[in-house]
Structure formats: structure tokens, C-alpha cells
Design a protein around this ligand. Structure first.
Ligand code: TLP
Length: 341
């Protein structure tokens, strides 16, 4: 199978498996797992934050950030297609007791003036604004890189109004490699950051959240409350260290493969690539090829290629470290076959 459903489908390679086998471990709830401690130190340093915490998933990291930053009854501002809004099962409302205020973005980026206008004033009828969330890269916008200047401008709006900023940077390293901006630069305009080790970076499990020491000590407590305090979890942190130390620059390969795949897909009659492919995600509108998204996905699966529906007429292709350059050609040949019927 050529699996383009997501970059979450990557599997740990030999080196990661060996590191898992050999990992030095301890009880991480006591703060005694040396491998987890090392991963957290590396991650904090890479992001330029005081401290970091290894969490089970991107969703858990985003939720912990919301729980630390907000009080029940507050409102959180984010882009209308944000993962936290669309794909986290309303967890922020369920756990943090907040409501979400969405702003339509342009290529995933919110207009800072619209963010400012959405900040609530003093009014007994209204919730207070407790948090602004940014997503970079922006998944629904097709892996778009939210420009650094946009993040800076939103951060300034938030600071003027005394509101923290959380970055859902599930694919922040893709943003960094594609733009040549360091993750530290992006992280400068945030109070907390979440990034995933288990996507393009290739680790099997886990995310990092990072921020000030105070933020992380509250986050540690929330992680425990949520049942995310794990014990000898160095076996999972070990591949995370390899992901961070060795797999960042190879994201460039995923981006190049995505560009080639996008060019080939755009050249097929009936298909329209709707995003400007900057990283590893391609969104294809199939409404002109007279096929439902389900039929498209199923037929391609019959040719041993996995993709996913990502909206009523949209198919998402995500390149990842399991996809080799020569397989792009195979994918294009098979897409041509099913589109022509
Ligand atoms: N995204 C997954 C699905 O949930 C849609 C994917 O296949 O793209 N933030 C962003 C921007 C994400 O794309 C994801 C996962 C998460 C957070 C959540 O990460 P996990 O899956 O580790 O909880």
C-alpha cells in the first residue's frame, strides 16, 4: 500500500526501535525518567522556551494548553478551520468549559485586525477572551505556512489585551523547513506551543508542549488529571529524540514529493489542486470528475493507494517518510486510470 492518508501513518524505523529497546527509563510521574527528561530539555531548547512536557498526543497537548490558560466561561479565538475547532471532538468546551469564537482566515492566517475586533470588552453579558490559538502549518488550508509577521502581529494584539497565545504547531517543523524560519522564531510569538513528534518527524507516539516554567508545572498537573502521567515512558521518548535530532531536515523530501504529486494531479483533467502546496499536504477538488469522494477513495484503494476525503468534494494527499519519490509516478498513473474510468 502507498499510504497518503496522513503523515501520522509513519512507522518507527530500525534506529528508533533499537533506541526504544535500549532506552534508560524511570518513573516519569516522579520526574525520574532520564530519557523523557532529555527529550523535554532538547525540545525546550529548540523552541527557546523555559520548559517542555512530553504528552501523549497533539490533541492532549492542545487541550492541556487550553486548560492551563483558560477559566470556564471564557472564550477562545481561533481560525474557523482550526484542528482544535473541527477535529478535537469539542474537547475545549467539554474539559476547559470555554466557547470558541472563530475567524475565517486567508490561507490559514487570521487577520490581526479581526482578532482585535473579536476580543471581548468589559460587559456583564459577554464571556472574557481567555486565549488566542494559531495553527502552523494549517492543516485544512493544505499545510499552509502562517507567515511569521502574521504571528507577530496577532501576538501583539493579544499582548495589548493581556491574552495568552497558544500555537497548535502539530507540523511546526514543516513550517520551519518550508519557510527557512526557525521554530524558535515562530515560538517567540507564543506563550505555549504544541508540536507532534508522531507526524512527519516519524516517531510512533507523542507530542511536546512548551512554555514558561509556570505554564509547564500547571500543564504537568493537568496531564496527570487527564490520566496522561505515564511511568517508564522513556521507551516512547527515545524515538522522539531521534525524530528531533535526525528527522527535521528530511521533511524537505516530503515537501518536494508533494510538489511533484501536486503538479501531476493538476495536469489530470477533472482534478483541481486547490491549495498552494508549500509543505506536505495536497488538497484536490474532484467535483469535475463525476465521482463522489467515497468512490474516489475506494477505487484508489483498489489500486493499493490510500487517501482520505477531506470535505464534500475534496481529497487530501499527505506525503510522509514512507513515500518514496518513485511512488509518486505510480500514484499519478493510478489516479489517471480511475478518473478516466
Ligand atoms: N491531524 C490528523 C487528523 O486529526 C485530522 C491528520 O491526519 O492530519 N493539530 C493539527 C493541526 C493536526 O493536524 C492534528 C492531527 C492534531 C493537532 C492532533 O494530533 P494527534 O493526532 O496527535 O492528537
Amino acid at each position: 500500500m502507498i499510504d497518503l492518508r496522513s503523515d501520522t501513518v509513519t512507522k518507527p524505523d530500525e534506529k528508533m526501535r533499537k533506541a526504544m529497546y535500549e532506552a534508560e527509563v524511570g518513573d516519569d510521574v516522579y520526574g525520574e525518567d532520564p530519557t523523557v527528561n532529555k527529550l523535554e530539555e532538547i525540545a525546550a531548547a529548540v523552541l527557546g522556551k523555559e520548559d517542555a512536557l512530553f504528552v501523549t498526543s497533539g490533541t492532549q497537548g492542545n487541550q492541556i494548553a487550553g486548560l492551563v490558560h483558560c477559566r470556564p466561561g471564557q472564550e477562545v479565538i481561533m481560525e474557523s478551520q482550526a484542528h482544535i475547532f473541527l477535529y478535537e471532538a469539542a474537547a475545549l468546551s467539554a474539559f476547559a468549559g470555554v466557547q470558541i469564537k472563530t475567524i475565517d482566515g486567508n490561507n490559514g492566517a487570521m487577520n490581526p485586525a479581526e482578532v482585535e475586533a473579536a476580543v471581548r470588552g468589559e460587559d456583564i453579558h459577554q464571556p472574557e477572551t481567555g486565549l488566542v490559538c494559531i495553527e502552523n502549518t494549517h492543516n485544512k488550508a493544505g499545510g499552509a505556512v502562517v507567515p511569521l509577521e502574521n504571528m507577530e502581529a496577532i501576538y501583539q494584539v493579544a499582548k495589548r489585551n493581556g491574552i495568552p497565545v497558544h500555537l497548535d504547531g502539530a507540523r511546526l517543523f514543516n513550517a520551519s523547513v518550508a519557510s527557512g524560519t526557525s521554530v524558535k522564531e515562530f515560538a517567540k510569538y507564543t506563550d505555549s506551543v504544541q508540536f507532534c513528534l508522531s507526524k512527519g518527524l516519524g516517531a510512533p507516539v507523542g507530542s511536546i508542549i512548551a512554555g514558561s516554567s509556570d505554564f509547564i508545572s500547571s500543564a504537568r498537573k493537568w496531564r496527570k488529571r487527564l490520566g496522561g502521567g505515564l511511568r517508564q515512558v522513556g521507551v516512547l521518548a527515545a524515538p522522539g529524540i531521534i525524530a528531533l535530532e535526525e528527522n527535521v531536515m528530511r521533511l524537505e523530501i516530503d515537501h518536494t514529493n508533494a510538489k511533484h504529486l501536486a503538479e501531476g494531479l493538476q495536469a489530470i483533467e477533472g482534478l483541481t489542486v486547490t491549495n498552494n502546496v508549500a509543505t506536505n499536504i495536497i488538497l484536490v477538488d474532484i467535483s469535475d470528475c463525476g465521482m463522489s469522494t467515497d468512490a474516489f477513495v475506494q477505487q484508489l484503494k483498489g489500486h493499493h493507494i490510500l487517501t482520505g476525503a477531506f470535505g464534500p468534494n475534496t481529497i487530501r494527499f499527505v506525503t510522509n517518510n514512507r513515500i518514496r519519490e518513485e511512488e509518486i509516478h505510480t500514484v499519478l498513473e493510478n489516479v489517471k486510470k480511475i478518473v478516466k474510468g
